[in-house]
Design a binder for this molecule. Structure first.
Ligand SMILES: NC(=O)c1ccc[n+]([C@@H]2O[C@H](COP(=O)([O-])OP(=O)(O)OC[C@H]3O[C@@H](n4cnc5c(N)ncnc54)[C@H](OP(=O)(O)O)[C@@H]3O)[C@@H](O)[C@H]2O)c1
Length: 277
């Protein structure tokens, strides 16, 4: 079935089916609200059942899923619940994340288990979940709805910040993996983004930098709005033929330019799609 979006509001995501990992706090929570506000049907994932229930109650119509992205055993159940509840998938946001050791530590003082947890949560989890959902994502792209995976990156993926070793190494791997996925699935019409939301006032930031002046930090709702624009633009770009793009937007080239994903970019937040052949 070809999905036609509201042509007067191309930034809207009417009828789009979206899943957000880490949807009960900080950026993920803001994204659940932002995507729903734009008309998307949203499923979200986190480990703490009480928080999942509370967020689902606060956002009627969303589907809360309890699961741990770092646990291999949880991935297929999570993927089945996402597709089972939404009936398919156009947008996956891999946002759940681990800092590794807290308080942050020099690599030489980092326990192997903490390094492993950062890799399991920030790299293997997104890899496994994306792989488990590929059938649904490529089906959406094939059927004309477009398909986008957004992996949440960080400037720690490119800057060698002391004490951010486990987190930085995992985010660098996630970023590079996003670029490779994007190359490999370009022909299928699935686009991958790797975007840095900037320093935000969230529980994770407070855990990492307890002395930060919160007034200088970005509100997660602002970052969620920027990412919502990036998702909408990428979804439009992922439509495979000019006629599909025309059906979704009255002026695709102007729209794509207005929503240029790189426009609010720090180096790592440049859309990986820019290098697409
Ligand atoms: N905050 C910043 O300044 C900043 C800057 C750059 C990039 N980022 C990135 O932005 C994203 C969101 O960060 P945030 O600051 O909003 O974090 P946050 O407030 O700590 O929220 C993290 C969310 O992820 C969930 N989560 C954590 N581990 C999980 C796991 N193994 N399985 C499933 N869910 C899990 C948490 O719920 P449970 O604990 O209940 O599972 C929570 O919903 C992350 O990818 C982070 O690396 C943040």
């Amino acid at each position: 079935m070809t999905r036609h979006r509201d042509i007067d509001s191309p930034q809207h995501l009417d009828g789009v089916r979206a899943a957000v990992t880490g949807g009960t706090s900080g950026l993920g929570l803001a994204l659940v609200g932002e995507l729903q506000r734009r008309g998307a049907r949203v499923a979200f994932v986190a480990r703490t059942s009480g928080r999942v229930e509370a967020v689902a109650r606060a956002h009627p119509g969303t589907y809360g899923i309890v699961g741990d992205l770092a646990r291999k055993e949880d991935i297929h159940r999570i993927a089945l619940q996402i597709v089972g509840n939404l009936g398919g998938l156009e947008v996956l946001v891999n946002g759940a994340s681990s800092l590794g050791p807290t308080p942050l530590a020099l690599l030489g003082d980092t326990e192997c288990e903490d390094f492993e947890l950062a890799l399991a949560t920030n790299v293997l989890g997104p890899f496994r979940l994306t792989k488990a959902l590929l059938g649904s994502l490529t089906a959406s792209a094939r059927e004309g709805g477009g398909s986008v995976v957004l992996n949440i990156s960080s400037d720690a993926a490119v800057n060698a910040y002391p004490q951010w070793g486990a987190y930085g190494a995992s985010k660098a791997a996630l970023h590079h993996m996003s670029r490779i996925w994007n190359e490999e699935l370009a022909a299928e019409g699935v686009r991958f983004l790797s975007l840095d939301p900037g320093d935000m006032d969230t529980p994770m930031h407070a855990l990492a930098v307890p002395d930060a002046d919160r007034a200088t930090l970005k509100r997660p709702e602002i970052a969620a709005r920027e990412l919502g624009d990036a998702i909408a633009a990428a979804l439009l770009g992922s439509l495979r033929t000019p006629s599909m793009r025309r059906a979704a937007s009255p002026n695709p080239s102007a729209e794509a330019a207005r929503l240029a994903i790189g426009s609010q970019a720090s180096p790592v937040s440049t859309a990986v799609g820019e290098t697409r052949r």
